[in-house]
Design a protein around this ligand. Structure first.
Ligand code: NIG
Ligand code: FE
Length: 409
């Protein structure tokens, strides 16, 4: 049993301290963990005597994965662009020709609420099948008031109607939508719409906890991101950023300055960015699925980030353009083989550090008394086999708040 016990996010050497217990047990009551530890200690408790027993047969138990970066709601795949990319077109070239994010925006605006919802429900079922129990979800394929609100309201419906926990993020600042591009000062006008109309509606409707910006070449500048995220903060939404993915923009240092919950991607960070993250409480969330899917060779400098003391996280970035996967085990495999993280480090980054990135380190991300009973059981003998077997699903059972939400039988 991998517990990740011992309070809070992991940095530096502590990233690999995963609290391994051989022959462990978890006592659950009303969806919460009463006790987690050596089986003999847990079974000795009075409450354990009357408890229903679920023998996982010597398999490996982890806290459920906390996937802290996804673009859950989208209408369709972009497989047509996948082929173009394989033939040599870059992600940015495709975007400049009206593909990319704008392609997904066109598809989303044309999609019905019900179609979006059933696609998301199917995806969430698959997240659960790989051992994920909490999913952050961003808007950002609507880019007009009605469509962005449609996505954010869906986050809330999904949170209420299916077992996984959804953490909602407003990403109205994904890119400048087509209808603003022809206008003079179109980006500024769109930003004004976001700050003056949409943000207040998101807040009044209590539709998001976080505000994200894609701060990069072809999206929003550092100055624009700063204005929007400051405004979001005033409204009580915590900032997070897509930072340093395609180019080195300075988004990471902006994130640190604003006390962002996380700066995500980080392929292009420089040494000063790494130092700034290392001294901060902002999580550096790495998304190696993007580099893998796009066939890019430059993965984020995970080892340097860990050495600098940054709180490193890992997430899928589930989205139709750069990372169409729901599989956290696959992300662990990439983290190990490409980012040179050890299996222990990768698991900590994908559980307790993901929970911290979502402000939920007190309730999820580890197997400890008082936390939600969110766990995943893997059909392996050793936790290191979870990333070792890549592209396969070894998850045997997933539990969310004490309920079995998936079982391979
Ligand atoms: O995290 N970089 C910006 N956003 C997404 C990609 C979105 C898309 O291509 O549809 C990302 O990689
Ligand atoms: Fe993303």
């Amino acid at each position: 049993m991998v517990t990740l016990r011992g309070g809070g996010p992991r940095r530096g050497n502590s990233l690999s301290k995963i609290g391994l217990i051989k022959n462990g047990a978890v006592l659950v009551r009303d969806g919460r963990i009463v006790s987690a530890g050596a089986r003999a200690d847990v079974e000795r408790r009075a409450a354990a005597k009357a408890a229903e027993k679920l023998d996982v047969g010597g398999r490996v138990v982890l806290p459920g994965f906390v996937d802290s970066h996804t673009h859950l709601i989208h209408a369709a795949s972009r497989t047509e662009e996948y082929e173009l990319k394989i033939q040599g077109a870059s992600y940015e070239e495709i975007a400049r020709k009206g593909g990319g994010i704008l392609n997904s925006v066109k598809k989303l605006r044309a999609a019905t609420h019900d179609a979006l919802k059933s696609r998301a429900i199917a995806a969430l079922r698959e997240f659960a099948e790989y051992g994920t129990t909490t999913v952050e979800a961003k808007s950002g394929y609507g880019l007009d008031a009605a469509s962005e609100l449609k996505i954010l309201r869906l986050h809330r419906e999904l949170n209420q109607e299916q077992p996984l926990e959804i953490v909602s993020t407003f990403l109205g600042a994904h890119v400048v939508p087509l209808e603003f591009r022809a206008k003079k000062d179109g980006a500024e006008q769109y930003l004004a719409l976001l700050m003056e109309k949409l943000l207040p509606e998101v807040v009044v409707g209590d539709l998001a906890e976080y505000c994200d910006v894609f701060c990069d070449r072809g999206a929003f500048t550092v100055g624009q991101s700063k204005r929007l995220l400051r405004k979001a903060k005033e409204h009580g939404l915590r900032p997070r950023l897509h930072a340093e993915q395609l180019s080195r923009s300075g988004a990471t240092q902006l994130g640190v300055e604003l006390g962002a919950a996380s700066c995500d991607h980080l392929e292009q960070v420089n040494d000063a960015d790494i130092r700034a993250l290392g001294k901060s409480e902002t999580v550096g969330t790495l998304l190696p699925g993007c580099d893998f899917h796009l066939g890019l060779k430059q993965y984020a400098p995970a080892r340097k980030l860990i050495e600098a003391g940054a709180i490193v996280g890992l997430a899928t970035d589930y989205n139709p353009g750069t990372s169409p996967t729901v599989s956290m085990p696959m992300i662990l495999s990439l983290a190990c083989s490409q980012l040179r993280m050890t299996p222990a480090e990768a698991i900590a980054a994908a559980t307790i550090n993901g929970a911290y990135a979502l402000g939920r380190e007190k309730t999820i991300g580890s197997l400890e008394a008082g936390k939600q009973a969110d766990l995943a059981v893997y059909e392996v003998e050793d936790y290191r086999e979870i990333p070792y077997y890549f592209g396969m699903n070894t998850c045997w059972m997933t539990m969310k708040s004490g309920e079995i939400v998936w079982m391979n039988d």
